[in-house]
Ligand binder design. Structure first.
Ligand SMILES: [Zn+2]
Length: 208
């Protein structure tokens, strides 16, 4: 059994969306051994910083929240699809070249996985791609960018996917994972009333 950790490391200098300072995680030592018998720290961070799962409330008014999220969606078989040759966006034409079935959870591996700094021109899923995935009735989609869309004022990609209850994961790291089938476990924190949550995501190969 081999485990691939496909999560981002969380630290102050990590890549954050559009390099916005307010998306940087602030980790503070609350007490240490110089003033206490135990070490404790705290963290303040945006829910969309690092590897995370979006809930419908992110883009849909009155949408469901993270604490209502069904964990069966992210403890599942999944398929890593290699789109590393794509420069800008993943479209329907790109997706139809891969075998995608109803109920699949797909992870999109792109050139994003090979960049550590935030790239304003990151590869994303264009609207026709989102519509194709909706028509295919997949269960979920993850991407190795901090956003599954960009330059979409109407957020069509997010909304199209959410309209069918498709789970969205962002901020994956897939550099070391080759195209193929895996078992995935990606658990969001059980925080009430929020629109997203950080997750530790792993892929397991040859699960016994
Ligand atoms: Zn997000």
């Amino acid at each position: 059994m081999k485990i691939y950790d496909i999560s981002m490391k969380i630290h102050f200098d990590m890549a954050v969306y559009k390099n916005k300072e307010d998306k940087r995680p602030i980790i503070k030592v609350v007490q240490d051994f110089s003033n206490s018998s135990a070490y404790e720290s705290s963290i303040t961070m945006n829910m969309h910083t690092g590897t995370h799962i979006d809930a419908p409330l992110h883009m849909v008014e009155d949408g469901t929240t993270m604490d209502e999220f069904n964990l069966e969606k992210v403890i599942t078989k999944c398929k890593v699809l290699d789109f590393t040759s794509i420069e800008h966006q993943i479209t329907k034409e790109d997706l139809i070249t891969k075998k995608i079935n109803k109920g699949d959870f797909i992870l999109l591996k792109t050139r994003n996985s090979f960049q550590e700094d935030f790239d304003f021109n990151f590869v994303y899923v264009e609207e026709s791609g989102a519509q194709y995935l909706k028509d295919k009735e997949i269960n979920g989609v993850g991407i190795d960018a901090l956003g599954i869309e960009r330059s979409q004022p109407g957020h069509e990609t997010h909304k199209t996917l959410f309209s069918e209850g498709i789970t969205i994961m962002e901020g994956l790291r897939l550099k070391d994972v080759v195209e193929g089938e895996y078992f995935m476990c990606a658990l969001p924190l059980k925080i009430t009333g929020v629109e997203a949550s950080p997750a530790r995501a792993v892929l397991i190969e040859d699960l016994i």
